[in-house]
Design a protein around this ligand. Sequence first.
Ligand code: HEM
Length: 552
Amino acid sequence: MFDSADFKVLVCTASFACYLIYKQFEPNSLLVHAVLLLGVPTLLAWQLSSQLSVLQQIGAAVSYWCLILAFTALYRLSPIHPLAKYPGPTFGKLSKIYVAYLVARGDLYRAIKDWHERYGDVVRIGPNELSFRRVDAVQPIYGAKTMPKGPYYDTRTTPDGVCQLDGVRDFSVHGLRRKPWVRAMSSTALKGYEPILHTKTLELMEELSKRQGEKIDISHWLNLFGFDFLGLMAFGREFGMVKSGEDHLGLLHIVEEGIFAFAVISHTPWIYPFIKHIPAQGPKAMQLLGASCVRERTSKGSTSKDLFYFLTEDEGAAQSGATPDEITADGMLAVIAGSDTTSTVLVHLWYFMLRHPECAEKLHKEIDVTFPPGEDPLDFSRHADMPYLNACINETLRLLPPVLGGLQRTVKRGSGGAMIGSYFVPESTQVSVHIFSLQRDPREFSPLPDDFWPDRWLTQDSYTLPTGDVINKEQVTTNRAAFDPFSFGPQNCAGKALAMVEMRVVACAMMHKFELRESKEYDLNQWEKDLLDTYVTLRGKLPVILEQRQGH
Ligand code: HEM
């Protein structure tokens, strides 16, 4: 027979044991969650059913759950926690739910920058997670093949076990899967995509020309362009969005919904097993679209060397070991990862041009000198050698990279911990470098770390600041090692080379043809306020008016 004290000890012991299992093994399976969170309290209540009323049995179950939470919270805030010496917001130390909440508000990148300003270079942003704002953390976290991706990436695998490239944790498997991508981004392969980029850019110019003088949302148009180009480049699939002027397939909506949902869930991956079997409309629609692209592309066969060719037919493809489902997932990854990111940079570039007419004027001059009237601004061979164009793109990528936050990696369990710069980090800790904070760190980029000042990327003996003051080159710091919009190391952006070509071409073509004016009804200050950090950036509308330039 149990008395009330025995009963309390029993509930306490059971919940402490459960807490220890969670702490030690971090189980991820639905069955284990069900046993620990439902099975154990049900068993307890059943055992005690002869001595307790129904209400008391419910009380016992609630106490069991509350005690697990209390043990967890106490440990996480206690001085014996392995990360106790690292400062950070209390809610963050307690649970990643806080970070997930900030993602849902779109505010995470601002919050982490503020925390770095308040707490220093290393901040504890989760119970077992540290954010770094140090350039010497980039190589140890992303460069050496010792820190695999963290649980944040659990959502990159579908319930059927299909893992897209960016979800692969094992470095040797990842190396094989990346092989076709390396070939798909070689300079020869890029040459092969030029005709598509040429045609699609001309199409965009044509549609925009029809709307000159009108107020248009340039953000929307660049989104349409991004999808059209990537659809053709990846699968030879014509989405026809620029021609129609609208998202007639509902693609943008599906992708935005999916990005938002996954960004929130990824910070609390223990939720994923509970919800991954719920058929969500966005991912399902993406899967169906991917499958239809593959079907259509396979029946057409290879008429040109698109990404699908490199993933399936080129000699690198056989070595990748990817299943047909994984190839479909990677093709769709390219469409999503490649279209949204590149168009985000281009829209940010227009935003900065509107805010800094003096920079727009300088860029117009460089474009006019490189492509005098009568010459084709889509001559790809010249864009890489346009210093100011490239400086403007770099400066945009520095201030507002499309992936604003830190990319999570894990100090391997069993590794005994790792040194990241001069900081010792215990094993099983998740770590990342916060891109947005590092790229605005005055130690790495000065003067004017928070301002759009493309000149910092130019090689000169002296520099004129926007105020008119002249400074010499020793007074300018531009640390390229702290510039990581495409991430770093073996799992960095697989499409960087293509993205750079695309951004240069579209920026050059648009600036060559148009003068950009801001719409009177739109307050440009709103632009940055409306950005949402959901792993990639979700953005609002940017209403502008385009005027065709004289003689172009
Ligand atoms: C300005 C444009 C772009 C930016 C800033 C960008 C940025 C990034 C970043 C930061 C990552 C690392 C993600 C992580 O570790 O979680 C990444 C990965 C990736 N990106 Fe990009 N990206 C851009 C354009 C593209 C394009 C055009 C493509 C394809 C055509 C592409 C394909 C990929 C792929 C496949 C990965 C996964 C690589 C892997 O895990 O091995 N990206 N990108």
